[in-house]
Design a protein around this ligand. Structure first.
Ligand code: GLN
Length: 313
């Protein structure tokens, strides 16, 4: 099925925004000191269709660091580079059932990074980016994520410095992966590239376009450029469905029925294959690190727009 025509889509976006703007539940992330300064009132919803049409309401041009949402697009670039089998074999695709920065998950699974959406798996995935040095991997990654967005993404140096000075846990995870021979590059350098990818600035509009590229078989519907293959989109979206919302991925799928990825700065991208993608931004988070308003708005819109993948009618 198709999405409803305008002005219906914008009316539904406006409704969801007005309804959930009043909700003040959730906490702004503060374990990365620079993130604690985010304005909890910011709230934007953007929807990009696979034909390139964009619908938006609220703070959709407010810039925030992409954080864990980068994991989805780095996975796509790595799938494109090394293929389905190698991603399965080296990183894995099963949910840990544990928080995104869990160390126990690694220890319980013989050092397997488990999946590309938790920090261990994301650092292992970043290490698989093409390039013979950390610098080259970073350039390829930055260029690739920019192609998903259809514009050159800027780095937030302040957030990068703040997280780099406080990310002992990610350094520990990378060292632990190395001790299991599961990280195929220098651990300190890979944590640095990973922290950089998390510090790229995006908007809700960017998230919708990036997601719509995955919904459109790898063609950015705004620029018309092919970024990845349809097979890569299929593989990436299945991992997002299983693991994109961390240990709450099951509940998310039960309520919303779409592959999605969240990040601790308050972004969510939810992808409706063949139709388009929602980009949401609102900093207050639930206990797993998912935007509270973003989740509720996505749930309402998935229902109203008929996006749930598991609905037969
Ligand atoms: N950069 C953050 C970290 O590694 C990303 C976490 C997230 O968005 N869930 O902790």
């Amino acid at each position: 099925g198709e999405l409803p025509a305008e002005p219906r889509v914008t009316a539904l976006l406006n409704q969801a925004h007005a309804r959930w703007a009043e909700v003040t539940a959730g906490e702004v992330a503060d374990y990365i000191p620079a993130l604690a300064e985010a304005d909890p009132a910011l709230f934007g919803l953007s929807l990009t269709e696979v034909d390139g049409t964009v619908h938006r309401v609220g703070d959709t041009a407010a810039a925030f660091t992409i954080q864990s949402i980068s994991k989805a697009f780095v996975l796509a670039l790595v799938c494109e580079a090394i293929g389905h089998e190698e991603v399965h074999r080296i990183v894995g695709v099963n949910n840990t059932g544990l928080p995104f920065n869990s160390v126990i998950a690694l220890e319980l699974n013989d050092g397997s990074p488990m999946n590309p959406m938790v920090n261990a798996g994301a650092i292992a995935t970043t290490a698989l980016m093409p390039g013979t040095s950390a610098q080259e991997k970073w350039w390829t990654l930055h260029e690739g994520l920019s192609r998903f967005a259809g514009r050159s993404l800027e780095l937030d140096e302040r957030v990068l410095r703040s997280e780099s000075a406080s990310n002992h846990r990610n350094q520990g995870i990378a060292d632990l992966l190395t001790s299991y021979d599961r990280l195929y590059a220098d651990p300190a350098e890979m944590v640095d590239v990973y922290t950089r990818q998390c510090s790229l600035l995006v908007t809700a509009d960017d998230l919708a376009t990036m997601g719509a590229t995955l919904a459109d078989g790898g063609i950015n519907p705004v620029t018309g450029e092919r970024v990845v293959t349809p097979e890569v989109c299929r593989d990436t979206l299945s991992v997002l469905a299983a693991c994109g919302m961390y240990e709450l991925s099951g509940e998310w799928l039960f309520e919303i029925g779409l592959p999605a990825k969240s990040g601790v700065s308050g972004g969510i991208v939810a992808i409706a294959p063949g139709k388009g993608a929602l980009g949401a931004f609102s900093p207050p988070l639930d206990r797993a690190g998912n935007s509270v308003r973003g989740q509720r708005a996505c749930a309402a819109l998935s229902r109203a727009l008929g996006l749930n993948l598991f609905a037969s009618r």
